[in-house]
Design a protein around this ligand. Sequence first.
Ligand SMILES: [Zn+2]
Length: 142
Amino acid sequence: MTTTSATPSLDGQFLGRQADALRRERQAQSDLAAALLEEIRTLNDDTAVSDSTADDGFGEGTGSAVDQDRDRALHAQAMTRVEEIDAALRRIEAGTYGRCEVCGGAIGEARLEALPTATQCVACKAGGLASRHRAGTGRHAA
Ligand SMILES: [Zn+2]
């Protein structure tokens, strides 16, 4: 694979390390999502069984419903992470990884190492309103 001008300052070694880190986290997050899904199914079964069999399972049944809500929220979170990671891996393949989606500048290796799925540079992330104002005035002219 030849390096293209699309990658501003990131070298192949750095991108390789980032891809490894992203794939490791993707594995961890999809394992977590699968485990949570399994737990949700188990909780469903428990609720069904305790509903039809015993009165003394009332308290536990209520607890299971709360657990299910929590597990569903955690599952959704894990799936969102997997999507973010997939998007980052696609950017690595496309050669646009490490470029801020707002200003088009470099996100910076330190920030990418800390947050491999980052899509914005520190300035754009921090100055949400300020950058939107700037982009707004710029785009009206164009
Ligand atoms: Zn930016």
